[in-house]
Design a protein around this ligand. Structure first.
Ligand code: ADE
Ligand code: ZN
Length: 337
């Protein structure tokens, strides 16, 4: 079987996708029109032309500008429903979506507008298509820990609608330690813990995320590959890493797609997964990412199957659900001969 066909056919979980980063240019224009918002771009082509990033901050500046068109529960519903339709077409069976409430509440959009819109789309996808999901509330690390605490408090009435917290936005200069207390509080609330670390930040940020925050899953983690002690530890503890190859390329985390750490991580026995991060900004969804790395690294069919297995093993699904998805992957693998 061709690798592309295998990638298309495998069930998979997407574990690193920011819902605001799935805002395609056409929808950005449509929502701007619907909400009477002026954008500095007149058409899809001029929006896409602006997507040239030298680093993470270049991207974040546009990302926050783009999300300004999201105002009403209907906007958040439309955004999420559109992403879920694309994910389903890619064979995604389960998603764990990041959302950035501070990116909205700081603009006067109420927290409940965000969560209600997301929730309605997620509930419908599960009911109508069996596509399961969890939400992960991210704290913006360029803001203060007090701000993160306030956000967590605001989210408390909706505690049963999100499974965990994450840490994203500008990494350099905002080490995980800055959020030690709010992560401890989240753990006390029974929430799962994720953090972006080692995307641009040094291996020490990965160490802090593990030692100080006590994360259950590591987002990106590229620069952990610079530190043999971290590689050994991540492998021994079975920590899942959510790597995003097209994002890494577009944000100059890697110079070339061939430099993606996915193959090296697999070879070192790390529980690595492939994800899209912000598909509207980085040129594709989960299958585009998988196809791209499979072609250039290159990856074997067995390695592609391992990535698909890792996506469920690294998810926050209950074990019985993981087992059900893994059995389907095993059937596909057995048929490859
Ligand atoms: N927010 C959205 N995408 C992000 C990324 N790749 N890194 C940090 N924060 C983000
Ligand atoms: Zn991310």
């Amino acid at each position: 079987m061709q690798l592309d066909a295998l990638i298309d056919g495998l069930p998979k979980a997407e574990l690193h996708m920011h819902i605001e980063g799935s805002l395609e240019p056409a929808m950005m224009l449509a929502l701007a029109r619907r909400n009477g918002i002026d954008l500095p771009w007149a058409d899809v082509e001029s929006i896409q032309a602006a997507y040239r990033f030298r680093n993470l901050q270049d991207f974040l500046d546009l990302y926050y500008q783009g999300m300004n068109v999201l105002r009403t529960p209907e906007d958040f519903y439309d955004l999420t429903a559109a992403y879920l339709a694309r994910a389903r077409a890619d064979g995604v069976r389960h998603v764990e979506l990041f959302f950035d409430p501070q990116g909205h509440t700081s603009r006067g959009v109420p927290f409940d507008h965000v969560i209600e819109g997301l929730w309605q789309a997620l509930t419908e996808a599960e009911r109508d298509h069996g596509l399961s999901s969890h939400l992960i509330l991210c704290f913006l690390r360029h803001l203060s820990e007090d701000d993160a605490f306030e956000t967590l408090k605001e989210a408390e009435p909706y505690r049963d609608r999100f499974i965990g917290v994450g840490l994203d936005s500008s990494e350099l200069g905002h080490p995980p330690t800055k959020f030690a207390r709010v992560f401890a509080r989240a753990r006390d609330m029974g929430l799962k813990l994720c953090a972006h670390a080692g995307e641009e930040g040094p291996p020490d940020y990965v160490r802090e995320a593990l030692d100080v925050l006590g994360i259950d899953r590591l987002d990106h983690g590229n620069r952990a590959m610079e530190a043999p002690d971290l590689i050994n530890r991540l492998a021994a503890d079975g920590i899942c890493l959510t790597v995003c190859p097209l994002s890494n390329l577009r944000l100059c985390v890697t110079d070339r797609l061939e430099d993606s750490p996915v193959a090296a991580m697999l070879e070192q026995g790390l529980r690595v997964t492939v994800n899209s991060d912000d598909p509207a900004y980085f040129g594709g969804g989960i299958n585009d990412n998988l196809r791209a790395v499979a072609r250039v690294l290159p990856l074997s069919a067995d390695q592609v199957i391992t990535l698909s297995r890792n996506s469920f093993l690294g998810s926050f699904l209950p074990e019985a659900e993981q087992t059900r998805h893994l059995a389907e992957i095993d059937r596909i693998a057995a048929n490859l001969g």
